[in-house]
Design a protein. Sequence first.
Length: 281
Amino acid sequence: MKNEDTQSDRYALIGHPVSHSRSPFIHGMFAAATAQHMRYELIEVLPDRVADDIQAFFARGGKGLNVTVPHKEIAADTVDILTTRASDAHAVNTIFRDESGALIGDNTDGVGLTRDLEENLNLTLAGANILILGAGGATRGVVGPLLDRKPSRLCIANRTLERAADLAARHLRKGHIHISGFHNIARGPFDLIINATSAGLSGATPPVSTGVIHRQSVCYDMSYKSGGTPFTIWAQEQGAAMAHQGLGMLVEQASEAFFIWRGIRPDTAPVLRALRDKDNS
């Protein structure tokens, strides 16, 4: 008789690095709550191996992949078909194989972020003045859904203007995006500041002026770390009204990926409580 692990449907997260990820815990709770027989693992993949390793994972019977930084754009070039939201972003964080055997790339980052902001944090995005720091794969997945909320202004600041300009051009039909470097950000202050850079992985914060923050600003870091990320700690020191980590986004985008893979939408509230309890224990 095959053991349980062999019989389980196999899912994984690929990225570099991935050892810090909470995704196995999250999908483990989703699976237990919905009686799904599956296992979820972490796979460290270097950039020059992404395309080959994605193909190899599915060739060996894998059912679904999540993709994290810095591989989301490479994944978009690797799959056979992009969903509309993945095509708009040209970034993929969720992959599955359809009935014909084609690899389908989707992006659940945008729905994960907006659900966390609107449903978990009770923020109003319509009419808000929003600043996003960074123009990489993480930002690509959320710009479209944020524009759909009709903010009064959406600004993207990035180290290189070319990447920000390319991202803005992709969304012209949805609305105008202001772009700038980190040191000459469009006039603030901002209602919502989203950190989508990877600076926190090295203990740094994006090199932006404290003038972007005022006492009503909500700061949100797409990354997360027990005790606070460098960005959320910095935001609190500058007097932001609130500073949130991206655990809620992580759980909500995982819920959307789980629904794509298994056809069941799990309850996210118990998982988010469990993650926060772990951080506070």
